[in-house]
Design a protein around this ligand. Sequence first.
Ligand code: HEM
Length: 438
Amino acid sequence: MPAVPHPPWRIPFVGDALSLSAQTPAQSITGYAGLGEVFEVRVLRYPRMLIVNSAELAEPILDDAAWTKVNGPAFRRLAPMAPTGLLFTGTEDALWKLAHQRLQPAFSRIAMREYHASMNPLIAAHVRRWAEAPQPVNITDLTQDLAYDVITQAGFGAVLSRAQRNDFVRTMFALIRATNRGKIIPFLDAVLGVNPTPPHAQALRRHVEMIIDTPGANAPILRALSDTDPEQGAPLTRDQIIDQALVLLIAGHETTSGTVAFALYELARNPQIAERARQEIAETGKSPAELEYEDIVGLRYLRAVIDETLRLHPVAPAFIRSALSDTTLGAYPVTPHDWVYLNLLAIHRDPTRWDDPDAFSPDRFLAGPTPKSYKPFGTGARACIGRALALHEAVLTLVHVLHTQTLTPTGYRLDIEEFPTLKPRDFTLALTAHQYSN
Ligand code: HEM
């Protein structure tokens, strides 16, 4: 049996840890994609991780009947802040099934219409402020603020002050930095018995309690979490509601904001694509404020812009599975103890599935069926519950920006931050108001 390739500089006990960047693990893993369709990474006490870089090898792993989700190192470090949160529980765990079922109505088409009604004026107001600010503006920060307001207001019905929002975002970053410490000095936490999570996690949980206790709040996610209809199973306990709300707040804004920031980065570099998207908006014959939910769903080209953004820049850059029984991956045997990392940064640019894979070309999503291995929202039962909300919000944000603003690049060079989702670090753009006529 051939040996599975691995990065150079493997050393006893530590394994391949020194070959991977603690700050940008997904990008450093992708840097070794030249090792082949599959290579192996071993880090400390963690199971062997097989990195899959090709669409052909990824496709069979998308089958829920043969593979199951496992939490990799990043999720394991974050799980203590919200242990029963949807992202972290096992697929066989009754709590995952219960919460997943209870949350379904919050992501239905009826809920999407409700989100649209509350999001549209909110996004308009944010984009107006971006345009009025001294230029250039930091798009990475602004899209994050916007996405946070969308999830708290449209999802939970809570209107927070800027200070409260900044406080949450600061604490979230502090928590992620604290949990990253275990990555940078891998033995430290284990040796000292330190768990860096609790103080930050408690602050985040208090913030969530303030949101879910907002007097008179009435919005789809809050309603679904608080629902006690016995047809849908047992009501969630207070702690479970906080866990779910915290996961939805974080998963629901970091990812969408990164996607919009990457989309604006690509649109600023490709003015002809931005112009075609503007044309599509103009063809609706309506101003953004007048657009209904269905109008946004009908913007096929803008949706293709977002799809293409998530192909080149999958903000959730990987998901991890383990086999339910012994199997193979190409020439290599795999056991249920192995972790298999679907590396979307490589799979989404596989030249056997995509022509000119590094080019930003939304048209490829209008041309025909999408390759099966295009999976920016994960797969199967554990696929992203917030997909429809994220896509709607991202398209609607682009509508407001493109309709009112010209995007002028500032010479920014792409530098991708991993938090652990991806975003362009401090991406700036100069926005200039233009009068786009319908
Ligand atoms: C462009 C934006 C987004 C992307 C690319 C994205 C991506 C993903 C991916 C890849 C997974 C699967 C992770 C795995 O298998 O380990 C996932 C799961 C999840 N996402 Fe998203 N997501 C986005 C937006 C959202 C939004 C807006 C929400 C909620 C408001 C959300 C909530 C969740 C939750 C709760 C899960 C766990 C689902 C489960 O395991 O049952 N996400 N997301």
